[in-house]
Design a protein around this ligand. Structure first.
Ligand code: NAP
Length: 321
């Protein structure tokens, strides 16, 4: 059967797929497969190994009458029309779990970078502006002992909470449902969204992108945060109203933001948010640790082997959100 792979992956990952099937792989690792080529290649494809930059929508399904499996190399699947796949009997696989620690590490790196002003401090050296030690020179808020509020206490949220516990942080969280186990093991406290926003020194967003979470952090939510609050988003850019974020950061209504994800990716260097010194921005590298990416790629390839053999996928997306 034919498998289309929309990014260049290592041969070792595709070994089994190639033994069993015909693989058409896009030649670039860091360039999106052109849409017209993708639509052309899926015409006779049985499976698609994709990632978060491909829009897997009705248009694509219409071009791919034989498609049986869509396997994304990501845990988030907001770029895939799950309902439409279900109607057409197409199985969708994703890669939960294997990227949890790497993404939690990166989230915590942003917490530390924003709290202690690491990027601005390095700029001081780069610009040769470091003149002396000063009692309050380049001081920032504490991380240890501060209050962290995690919105979306799932796999990654819990892994961030685990790290926060190591920094003696007071851990608050908000989900649609309580997680009593996390409360017991991590000492986390379930609070309403309002309480979390009002009490947290670090507000960390880790909920998936769904119709319900679209722009869930906007003007009303920022207005409730402390003036000293630091906002971290490693979930999806669509979960945040970026205009409101720009306003509250530019007039110092909140202290800083650490962002790994944006409404439009790649974000342009000319985007207003990039002009602010209290923004630390990263190009969506939450899971970008080598072993993690290898595991994600392998899991995504395995899902296609499973699906084309008529078996259930080890990690199948069953419902939207
Ligand atoms: P997960 O285990 O499914 O956790 C998501 C959590 O969000 C769940 O606990 C869920 O709890 C909560 N949630 C869902 N809707 C909510 C809402 N409306 N309000 C409040 N909480 C809500 O997923 P995960 O593996 O931790 O991944 C989380 C997200 O991180 C992914 O969906 C992806 O978008 C993002 N991500 C980003 C990167 C990166 O590179 N930056 C890497 C990996 C993942 P309830 O159902 O109880 O509400």
């Amino acid at each position: 059967m034919k498998v289309v792979v929309t990014r260049k992956l290592p041969d070792s990952i595709l070994h089994q797929l190639r033994e069993e099937h015909e693989v058409m792989m896009w030649k670039h690792e860091n360039v999106v497969m052109p849409r017209d080529l993708l639509l052309e290649e899926v015409k006779d494809a049985d499976a698609l190994l994709t990632n978060l930059t491909d829009n897997i929508n009705v248009e694509l399904y219409e071009h791919a009458p034989n498609l049986k499996v869509v396997s994304t190399m990501a845990v988030g699947y907001d770029n895939i029309d799950i309902e439409e796949a279900r109607k057409r009997g197409i199985k969708v696989g994703h890669t939960p779990g294997v990227l949890t620690d790497a993404t939690a590490d990166l989230t915590f790196a942003l917490i530390l970078a924003c709290g202690r002003g690491l990027v601005g401090a390095m700029d001081v050296i780069r610009k040769d502006e470091w003149k002396s030690w000063g009692p309050f020179y380049l001081t920032g808020p504490e991380v240890s002992g501060a209050t962290i509020g995690i919105i979306g206490m799932g796999r990654i949220g819990e892994a961030v909470a685990k790290r926060a516990a190591g920094f003696s942080m007071n851990i608050l969280y908000h989900n649609r449902s309580r997680k009593k186990e996390a409360e017991a093991t991590l000492g986390a406290t379930y609070v309403s969204m309002d309480e979390l926003l009002q009490k947290s020194d670090y507000v960390v967003l880790l909920a998936p992108s769904t119709p319900e979470t679209n722009k869930m952090i906007g003007r009303e939510q920022f207005d409730q945060m402390k003036k000293t609050a630091i906002f971290i988003n490693t979930s999806r850019g669509t979960n945040v109203d970026e205009e409101a974020l720009y306003d509250v950061l530019s007039n110092q209504q909140i202290y800083a933001a650490g962002l790994d994800v944006f409404e439009q990716e790649p974000i342009s260097a000319n985007h207003p948010l990039m002009s602010l010194s209290n923004v630390t921005a990263l190009p969506h590298i939450g899971s970008a640790a080598i072993n993690t990416r290898m595991k994600m790629a392998q899991m995504a390839a395995d899902h296609i082997v499973e699906g084309l053999a008529g078996r259930n996928l080890s990690h199948e997306v069953k419902r939207k959100g």
